[in-house]
Design a protein around this ligand. Structure first.
Ligand SMILES: [Zn+2]
Length: 230
C-alpha cells in the first residue's frame, strides 16, 4: 500500500480519510463496531479496538506508517522513539518512510509499585543528545500517560519532542504534554456499566469473545522444561 498522493489527500476531507483507516483496521480484526462487547473491566461497549491486532498485516502497517511519516515530513527528525510491541512495529514503518531517515529506538514500559515507568535501555542513552529531535510513535493514545513519561525522558537527555504520531487517538484534545498529536483515527467510544448499558436494554446479545480470548492467552504460554542433560 502506498500513501495517498498530495492531490488526492487534499481533496479528501479528514472524515473520509478516517473512514478508510477504520476500514483498514477492521480488515485486521482490530476494530470491531456495531456490536455489544464485554470488556475485561466488566463494562460494555458498542465498538472496540484490540490494539494487539492493529499491526498484524505488514503491508497495512507500512501504509499507515507512511501516512504518519508524510505528516511529519516537513520536520527534521533524528530519532523515532516508541514503547511496546505494537507501537514499535508501527514506529519502524514511520522511521523507514520519513525523509530525514531517523534512527529508531524504544523505551521499556513496566509497572513499579502500581505506577507506570518508562526506561531507556543504556545502549540508547548516547543517541539522544542536547538538541536531538525526537518523534514519538504510539499505537493507541488513551490517557497519554506513557507519552508524557516519554516526553520527560527525552527532555532529561536534552532532546526535543517534535510531535507524536499515532494510529488511534481516544483523547478529545489533539495534544499531549504540549506536543501535537497526529492520529490516523481520532475517535472515542463510550463504555457502560452493565446496569446502564443501552445495548443491554435493547436486548442485543453480549459478545464475550474479547474477554474469552484474554483468558485463553493465559493457558497458551509455553515454559521451558529443565532437562537433566541441560
Ligand atoms: Zn450491555
Amino acid at each position: 500500500m502506498t500513501p495517498p498522493r498530495e492531490k488526492n489527500s487534499s481533496a479528501m476531507d479528514a472524515e473520509v480519510r478516517e473512514k478508510i483507516h477504520l476500514e483498514i483496521l477492521k480488515r485486521t480484526g482490530a476494530y470491531q463496531s456495531n456490536d455489544h462487547i464485554l470488556l475485561p473491566s466488566g463494562h460494555h461497549t458498542g465498538e472496540f479496538i484490540e490494539k494487539t491486532l492493529v499491526t498484524t498485516e505488514p503491508s497495512f502497517t507500512e501504509g499507515l506508517g507512511a501516512v504518519i511519516a508524510k505528516h511529519f515530513a516537513q520536520w527534521p527528525v533524528d530519532v523515532v522513539l516508541s514503547t511496546g510491541p505494537g507501537a514499535l512495529i508501527l514506529s519502524h514503518c514511520v522511521a523507514r518512510a520519513h525523509p530525514s531517515r531517523p534512527i529508531l529506538i524504544y523505551g521499556n514500559k513496566r509497572m513499579v509499585a502500581g505506577k507506570r515507568r518508562v526506561a531507556l535501555p543504556a545502549e540508547f542513552h548516547r543517541l539522544i543528545r542536547p538538541g536531538t529531535k525526537v518523534l514519538l510513535i504510539e499505537d493507541l493514545v488513551s490517557t497519554g500517560t506513557t507519552l508524557k513519561l516519554l516526553i520527560k525522558l527525552v527532555e532529561q537527555f536534552g532532546g526535543q519532542v517534535v510531535g507524536i504520531g499515532a494510529l488511534w487517538r481516544r483523547t478529545k484534545r489533539a495534544e499531549v504534554g504540549g506536543k501535537p498529536v497526529f492520529s490516523l483515527v481520532s475517535r472515542d467510544f463510550p463504555t457502560y456499566p452493565p446496569e446502564s448499558c443501552p445495548l443491554c436494554k435493547k436486548g442485543v446479545p453480549l459478545n464475550e469473545e474479547f474477554v474469552r480470548r484474554r483468558q485463553q492467552r493465559k493457558v497458551s504460554s509455553v515454559v521451558e522444561r529443565k532437562t537433566p542433560s541441560g
